[in-house]
Write a protein that binds this ligand. Structure first.
Ligand SMILES: *Cc1c(COP(=O)(O)O)cnc(C)c1O
Length: 372
């Protein structure tokens, strides 16, 4: 699905030097690259505070811990997402309230949010799935009206621009109260291990999250709140500094692959290519087709037989996971989510894709479609 080896080969001298530098200086924890990366990411995103942490799941957990919620408080979130988004809610004793996504954008449906609000609702966690932003203008309007926090799960969309109705532009992850991202190797800005970050324009939340990520420590050995230990390694920060400089180029390369797929697949009624909303710039963490009238699993198996990787993100939506049986998941009816779960299929997309590879993938998909 991704080719991290070719990507590394193209930036090898800078990466090798940066890693060597960290080792030579032996500042493995909280070394100077961590604060430098923090500042560079703040500048890139145009946000006041970035708090680096150990991974994207921790970022979400720390964000929710900082909101001062109590057990049983409800958080409205899509079911059609990676499990990390909702798992941390349950872990903290909060209640994920699963709602529908928009069939076209795969992101949370704002009208479903309004309908799910109760007196216990405290926050909305939209997910910018596959690299396309949720409808943040509508979400912020609902949040402001009902006095709810908004925590963006930006793990798949870092670098995406959101075009507000009023003409202004923001990076995704900087629109809600808090944005969370992941530097998992295959993400659009990936490191060589685990990594994550939280961002906010709110000084108080930033201070609270920084403290939570550092054992709830206000000054050394004085612990004010229950926290955790979540840090970005210096080596990962050094790698990310180099890759952040490439992020816009990487996004352009992904969009070019998506353009090629779109143009090729347009001729097939059996496939719906990703809908690009006007509200944001799709950064194509995934290129995800929705099949129409053909068997998705048969296509998936055919591609595997012909050595074309493809993936189903995600085969089981959160509300149908055993993990959430206690949250009345059987009672949750999400027909659009279930419909998508049976029809989505993601094709390889990455920054170093060759024309030859693209042609092979396209012709293999075409072969299946003409036979079925
Ligand atoms: C990857 C991902 C996460 C979690 O990130 P990790 O760094 O793997 O913990 C959370 N949400 C979404 C939507 C993701 O894609």
């Amino acid at each position: 699905m991704v080719d991290l080896m070719s990507q590394y080969q193209n930036i090898k001298p800078a990466i090798d030097e940066a890693i060597q530098h960290v080792i030579t200086n032996a500042q493995f924890i909280n070394g100077p690259d961590v604060s430098a990366f923090q500042q560079e990411l703040e500048a890139y995103l145009g946000v006041k505070h970035v708090i680096p942490c150990a991974n994207g799941t921790d970022a979400l957990q720390i964000a929710l811990m900082a909101l001062g919620l109590k057990a049983g408080d409800e958080i409205i979130t899509p079911s059609f997402t990676y499990i990390a988004t909702t798992e941390v809610m349950a872990l903290l004793g909060l209640k994920p309230v699963f709602v529908e996504v928009d069939i076209d954008t795969f992101c949370i449906d704002p009208s479903a949010i309004e309908a799910a609000i109760t007196s216990k609702t405290k926050a909305i966690v939209p997910v910018h799935l596959y690299g396309q932003a949720a409808n943040m203008d509508a979400i912020m309007e609902i949040a402001n009206k009902h006095n709810l926090f908004v925590v963006e799960d930006n793990a798949q969309a870092i670098g995406s621009d959101y075009y507000h109705k009023n003409g202004s532009v923001s990076k995704t992850g900087t629109i809600g109260d808090i944005g969370c991202t992941s530097f998992f190797p295959s993400k659009n800005l990936g490191c060589y291990g685990d990594g994550g970050a939280i961002c906010t324009n709110n000084d108080e939340l930033a201070a609270q999250m920084r403290m939570i990520a550092n054992h709830g420590q206000s000054k050394r050995y004085y612990h004010d709140v229950v926290g955790c230990n979540s840090r970005l390694d210096t080596i990962q920060a050094a790698i990310l500094r180099i890759k952040l400089r490439e992020l816009d180029t990487y996004i352009a390369a992904r969009r070019k692959v998506a353009d090629h797929y779109d143009a090729f697949f347009a001729q097939f009624d059996q496939l719906k290519t990703p809908v690009r909303g006007k509200e944001s710039k799709h950064v194509f963490h995934q290129y995800t087709l929705t099949v129409n009238g053909i068997n998705r699993d048969a296509l998936n198996a055919f591609l595997a037989e012909h050595e074309v990787p493809s993936m189903i993100y995600y085969p089981v939506p959160a509300h149908k996971q055993k993990m959430f049986a206690a949250f009345g998941s059987d009672a949750t009816m999400l027909p659009k989510t279930d419909w998508l779960t049976e029809r989505v299929i993601s094709l390889p997309i990455h920054t170093e894709m060759e024309q030859e590879q693209l042609d092979f993938i396209c012709s293999t998909v075409a072969k299946f479609l003409t036979k079925n």
